[in-house]
Design a protein around this ligand. Structure first.
Ligand code: SF4
Length: 447
């Protein structure tokens, strides 16, 4: 049986291990036992020294690096991180979980990319560790964890309110009868067997619930508890002095993410994020910049401009990479957002007839919401995630909802979204400049 704390470090056993063995004094010291266990993990790649964590601090960073590389790096190799699935490392693993969670809680807000990536990585680790178990062992482990996570035998759907609220679980995943979430096979058969016709009730249970729903609940509850733990640490940090090692680890986690996010945000050839090139804006955006009259004004600024400008400046490759990022993943302190993006949106709003905020100041809050920071006057990091960062409208939608702004030119024939137009036009402008330079060089060589 795999220890439950290898999957759920916040369990009572996990907490006890950390209390007894989780000293922060030797965090950066080389640990021969740790290295030995990593090196002797089945399939572990040891061809390069950098694959082997040499201290608990390095192990902690590897946990985060693994997840980001797995998600975004096309050259990711599982065997570079095989040790993360080795239960012989469970003590190191549980301690590293607390080190990472506390470092993140101390250094970053609960909505930060650091928190988000760590919580997601824990969910992914649970899933992959479960996949290494035999069917029977996997069922036993899930049953044990479910017991620890849910106190009552009968699970009322409201007890998952937190998971439903944070969208970690969708109501459509669950079978609910009279308010109770049905997980047990016997319970399912007692309630529904007589109603099922032309199908085998046991098979219906396996299809609708089976092990997968129990695993989903366990996984998401552990993720939720991890999130709550980080929030608790974050709240406490103003009252207690943080250990310098945890501050140091927090900075290293952030650096690890920044380095590895380059796999997602900088791949895309000519569609790297760069300063605005207003000359490359498509006609619909140029028209909006010039000012829109009442009727189209609100949608043009709040829906079209806000999403276009924020993605054009920070994440022009969104449709190519498809990675789900937040603004702070790309603009950590929101400097670009507040000094480059918002001023341009507000300028377009001012150019409207009548100026948008003069008779509709509420729309400033809606702009903040469309950037992913909830309904507030300005974007603030601790509010990020309260709403969704809207991706740019497609040409099709603009033609339906804001037809007056769409005055297509030649380049519009090749694209389906104003952002794709912007990327294409930037590339064409760059090509034309390169051709011009080559031409000039030839001419000067001829003289
Ligand atoms: S076709 Fe698309 S990019 Fe071109 S003007 Fe119309 S909406 Fe804008």
């Amino acid at each position: 049986m795999v220890s439950s704390y290898f999957l759920y470090p916040l369990s009572d056993e996990g907490e006890q291990i950390v209390r007894q063995q989780g000293s922060l004094e030797n965090l950066f010291l080389e640990d021969k036992d740790l290295m030995d266990l990593v090196i002797h993990t089945k399939s572990q790649n040891i061809s390069n020294d950098s694959y082997i964590p040499k201290s608990l601090a390095e192990y902690t960073l590897k946990r985060v690096e693994w997840y980001v590389r797995k998600k975004y790096d096309k050259e990711y190799e599982h065997n570079d991180y095989a040790f993360l699935l080795n239960p012989e490392l469970e003590i190191y693993d549980v301690i590293s979980f607390y080190i990472a969670a506390q470092s993140i809680g101390i250094n970053f807000n609960p909505n930060s990319r650091e928190s988000r990536v760590f919580i997601e990585s824990q969910g992914q680790l649970i899933q992959e560790r479960l996949e290494t178990l035999s069917k029977t062992l996997r069922e036993e482990t899930i049953a044990k964890l479910l017991n620890q996570l849910i106190a009552a035998d009968n699970l009322h759907w409201t007890s998952l309110a937190e998971l439903l609220g944070s969208k970690k679980i969708n109501l459509s995943h669950l079978i609910i009868d009279k308010g109770q979430i049905i997980l047990d096979k016997k319970d399912f058969l007692d309630r529904f067997e007589h109603k099922i016709e032309d199908r085998i009730p046991e098979k219906m249970y396996d299809i609708l619930i089976g092990d997968k729903i129990k695993e989903l609940i366990v996984n998401r509850m552990i993720m939720q508890n991890t999130e709550n733990y980080i929030s608790k640490v974050h709240e406490m940090v103003s009252n207690v002095e943080a250990h310098p090692s945890l501050i140091q680890i927090g900075a290293k986690i952030s650096k690890t993410l920044t380095e590895n996010y380059s796999y997602s945000s900088n791949q895309g050839g000519d569609i790297k994020a760069s300063k605005f090139q207003v000359e490359a804006f498509p006609p619909c955006i140029q028209n909006t910049m010039d000012g829109v009259s009442a009727g189209n004004r609100n949608d043009a600024i709040v829906l079209l401009m806000t999403s276009f400008l924020s993605y054009a400046r920070l994440y022009p490759s969104v449709f190519k990479n498809k990675a789900d990022l937040k603004i702070s993943d790309l603009d950590k302190g929101l400097k670009i957002t507040t000094t480059e993006i918002l001023p341009l949106i507000y300028e377009a709003a001012q150019n409207c007839n009548p100026p948008l905020f003069e008779d509709d100041p509420q729309e400033k809050l809606n702009i903040t919401a469309k950037l992913g920071f909830g309904v507030h006057e300005t974007p603030e990091l601790d509010k990020e995630g309260e709403s969704k960062w809207y991706t740019p409208m497609s040409c099709e939608k603009i033609k339906i909802h804001l037809p007056v702004l769409c005055q297509p030119d030649e380049n519009c024939k090749k694209i389906g979204n104003p952002l794709s137009y912007y990327n294409l036009k930037k590339w064409l402008m760059k090509q034309s400049m390169t051709n011009q330079q080559t031409e000039n060089t030839k001419k000067s060589e001829g003289n």
